[in-house]
Unconditional design. Structure first.
Length: 372
């Protein structure tokens, strides 16, 4: 059965991506989980008001039905106790008892997505190697990259040689179908919009693609409310609302670009299970992913993410990816997110300035003329 909260969770980011606030159904009340946003209701203008009114219309038929006695409540009562980490840091708790992951986080790094072939048997860098790589990265920063990019000049804190940590060689185990489809689409990206990635088309970077470091706009905001965690990604301004109430995934017939995410706590780690993907997206969409850019996803895609805050300024992120049509076996990516209170998330108005689509397709038509 598809619950009202499921429709709200899916539709809210579509109606107004700027409304980076977790909306959820609690009995017969539509709750705004981030109370500060209420004070910005008028300031945000018609976009925000339209989303709230749309949600009100959506749930109006259900307001006469109160929550039944004994109905499932937030899992806050099951939240783990406060934990003291090495160095004496104690992770704070949200008002409803969740381990606090809130804040603005970034993930820029010079560490490559896959391990370079020449380092196949070398999982970690030495300190001198780190210093040499970062020195070259700093020297490569220029006015263009400083203005238009998020210059990546540091390797990840673990000194791992790639973001892919499993298989042991740091390489994604692609199937022939995945490699062929990716290569054909990239070779024909000037022929039609259908060969371009969902990121090129300003639809979404995807999940988990949207969690991977890109060339710019690597900002993420985590907001928590009773029974929910919301992850706002700056690039293409996706807002992923993750319920923690133990509810099942959407019916198999419901398929979306970013799948259906459900979360729970394991000790102080937020575990997010995502299924129900369509077969239209890509596992990675920017060139920072190297040869994995443009690899298609199938409806069998299933990912499990783990968010573990290990100190005041670091969240360790891991994602295990399984898609039998695209990969010979499951594989895993791991890297840290770093808290940055000075980082400002800007509206990523992708469609309003997506001249790249027009230019790519115009260039394709010029190539067609040249062949005649």
């Amino acid at each position: 059965m598809v619950m009202v909260s499921d429709y709200i969770r899916i539709l809210t980011p579509l109606i107004c991506s700027r409304c980076a606030v977790a909306l959820h159904w609690s009995g017969s009340v539509l709750a705004l989980e981030t109370y500060k946003m209420i004070h910005r209701f008028l300031e945000w203008g018609p976009c925000f008001r339209a989303s709230v009114m749309a949600m009100a219309v959506l749930v109006a038929p259900f307001t006469a039905t109160a929550q039944a006695p004994g109905a499932k409540q937030s899992s806050a009562a099951k939240a783990p106790p406060a934990k003291t980490f090495p160095g004496g840091w104690v992770q704070s708790r949200t008002p409803d008892g969740q381990p606090d992951l809130q804040g603005v986080w970034t993930n820029t790094t010079v560490t490559p997505f896959e391990r370079p072939v020449e380092l196949a048997d070398k999982p970690f860098l030495t300190e001198p190697e780190v210093a040499a790589i970062e020195k070259r990265a700093i020297a490569s920063v220029n006015d263009f990259t400083r203005t238009w990019m998020d210059p990546s000049v540091r390797v990840v804190k673990t000194r791992q040689t790639s973001l892919v940590v499993d298989p042991p060689n740091g390489r994604v185990p692609l199937t022939p179908w995945a490699e062929q489809t990716r290569s054909e689409n990239l070779a024909r990206d000037g022929d039609s919009w259908e060969y371009l990635t969902s990121w090129d088309r300003c639809i979404t970077r995807g999940i988990p693609a949207g969690m991977f470091p890109g060339n710019y706009n690597n900002g993420y905001q985590i907001v928590q409310g009773p029974g929910y965690v919301t992850i706002v990604t700056e690039m293409i301004h996706d807002a992923r609302v993750i319920p923690l109430d133990g509810s099942p995934h959407l019916p198999a017939r419901v398929r979306t670009w970013n799948g259906d995410s459900r979360g729970h706590w394991e000790d102080n780690t937020l575990v997010v299970d995502t299924t129900n993907y369509n077969d239209k997206g890509n596992i990675a969409t920017t060139d920072r992913a190297g040869r994995i850019r443009g690899v298609p996803q199938s409806e069998a895609l299933h990912i499990v993410e783990r968010f573990t805050r290990i100190n005041a300024d670091t969240i360790n992120y891991e994602v295990t990816i399984d898609d039998p049509k695209a990969y010979n076996k499951t594989w895993k990516v791991a890297f840290p997110f770093t808290r940055n209170d000075d980082y400002v998330l800007y509206e990523y108005a992708c469609h309003e300035a997506n001249y790249s689509m027009v230019n790519i397709l115009n260039a394709g038509r010029e190539k067609d003329k040249a062949k005649r």
